[in-house]
Design a protein around this ligand. Structure first.
Ligand code: FRU
Length: 431
């Protein structure tokens, strides 16, 4: 059993996949290399939860079995139809393996196809008998790229099913839209692009809240400033025309999380119909324990709302409600801290510093991130006009700072927090 944050079970994990409330439980699949704490030939790991707080590991659900996914089962999504679970994902086939590590390829030489696998109960997956491929590698270079086209997210529209894929043409990221009436045959409809958003768009996710469309995706090559990470998850208001497959993206965008560490968010609807999203917290170094090494974890599941054309991202109520026991003394991790800051004030949470300056919230992890490489140590929100209520969830390797109940969020991966807290007027709660 794991609690609050799902962490790689002695291996490598990245993106959340196939996130769904299905037959009375949440299913969280995830990109996984089961043999070591490094990225490699991708499988889908599987965990289930009744409440988005406690997670039970279920082992490997999807593994390479066909020519089209022989080199990995990349990201994708799940839907429920007539009691069955349908999973869509990207299968990759390396054309030039790295001879020194056959779990990787050389110079991005692979092809990508979109695959489907179904399950009667969300637990058993027949990787061998299912035919898998539903969309073969794209041949028309004007539509999308033969290798960099991936991460199908499927949803039900008014009277058909829709799929969005991330892709690239002429070094510009784009989205591809498909339609299906039977979940097996997919017809290409249209694409959508936007200048200045990197060269390839990964892990798209589209949903509507109270009639407002929200598009979340993860553009690669977004910052281009030499610092890690170069890619980041963004969200934008958008509208989608089901007849033409045309998507209009708003001029404005927000970062899904201003800490830049979170990536590849994926959403579903929770038991009560709220839009809930979970994302991968990228970890530059594995954690070594007595049981082995692990690398990668999921953030707290978050509820998404749209108010006054702004996307709010707050901790899921079940998680928030589990931090009830008031703590009288600080501890190293596993607590939530509530405080509010005035301009010029700061709080130091075990070495992670959060301050309010010029009407922004800024964080500094330099004392708890002694990692080689040009990783970003400082993060900040845009200007906030009203209120500085902070809810800070502290785990040993992830600090998540929610501002004004989700107006903005900064989450950062950390290594080596201490027990010390310095600041004024705060309350601590333990799960
Ligand atoms: C995003 C991503 C996806 C891909 C998967 C491979 O982190 O690169 O685009 O499907 O990870 O593990």
């Amino acid at each position: 059993m794991q609690k609050i944050h799902f962490k790689a079970p002695n291996c490598w994990i990245n993106d959340p996949n196939g996130f769904i409330w299905y037959k009375g439980r949440y299913h969280l699949f995830y990109q996984c290399f089961p043999y070591s704490a490094h990225w490699g030939r991708m499988h889908w790991g599987h965990a289930v939860s009744k409440d988005l707080v406690n997670w039970e590991e279920k082992g490997i659900a999807l593994f390479p079995s066909k020519t089209n996914d022989r080199s990995g089962c990349f990201s994708g999504s799940a839907i429920e139809y007539k009691d069955k679970m349908y999973i869509y994902y990207t299968g990759v086939n390396y054309t030039e393996e790295d001879p020194e590590n056959i779990n990787c390829c050389i110079n991005d030489t692979f092809t990508a196809a979109q695959l489907m696998i179904t399950s009667e109960d969300g637990m058993k997956f027949d990787n061998i008998t299912d035919k898998k491929t539903v969309i073969p590698p794209i041949e028309d270079k004007k539509i999308g790229d033969k290798n960099h086209t991936r991460d199908p997210k499927v949803w039900r529209g008014q009277d058909a099913w829709y799929m969005v894929l991330g892709s690239t043409v002429d070094k510009n990221g784009r989205l591809l839209f498909y339609k299906s009436s039977d979940l097996k045959t997919w017809q290409y409809l249209n694409y959508c692009e936007k200048d200045g958003f990197g060269w390839m768009w990964e892990c798209p996710d589209f949903f509507e809240i109270d009639g407002k469309g929200v598009m979340i995706f993860s553009p690669m090559g977004f910052f281009n400033d030499g610092n890690g990470y170069d890619s980041v998850a963004v969200c934008m208001l958008s509208s989608f025309d089901e007849n033409t497959g045309k998507m209009e993206l708003s001029e404005n965008y927000q970062l899904f999380d201003y800490g830049i560490d979170l990536y590849a968010p994926q959403s579903t609807t929770d038991e009560d119909g709220n839009r809930v999203v979970i994302a991968w917290a990228r970890m530059p170094e594995a954690v070594i324990t007595e049981k082995g090494e692990w690398c990668g974890m999921m953030c707290i599941p978050r509820i998404v709302d749209v108010k006054n054309n702004h996307v709010y991202i707050r901790p899921h109520t079940n998680v928030k409600n589990s931090f009830v026991t008031k703590l009288s003394a600080p501890k190293k991790s596993g607590y939530m801290l509530k405080t509010t800051l005035k301009n010029g004030e700061s709080i130091n949470v075990g070495g992670y510093v959060i301050k309010r300056e010029n009407d922004k919230i800024a964080t500094d992890r330099s004392k708890v991130f002694n990692i080689k490489g040009n990783y970003r140590l400082i993060a900040e929100t845009p200007v906030i006009n009203d209120g500085y209520e902070l809810e800070i969830y502290v785990d040993e390797h992830l600090v998540e700072v929610f501002i004004n109940n989700g107006e903005y969020v900064i989450s950062n991966v950390v290594y080596g927090l201490t027990e010390e807290i310095t600041g004024k007027n705060y309350d601590l709660y333990s799960a």
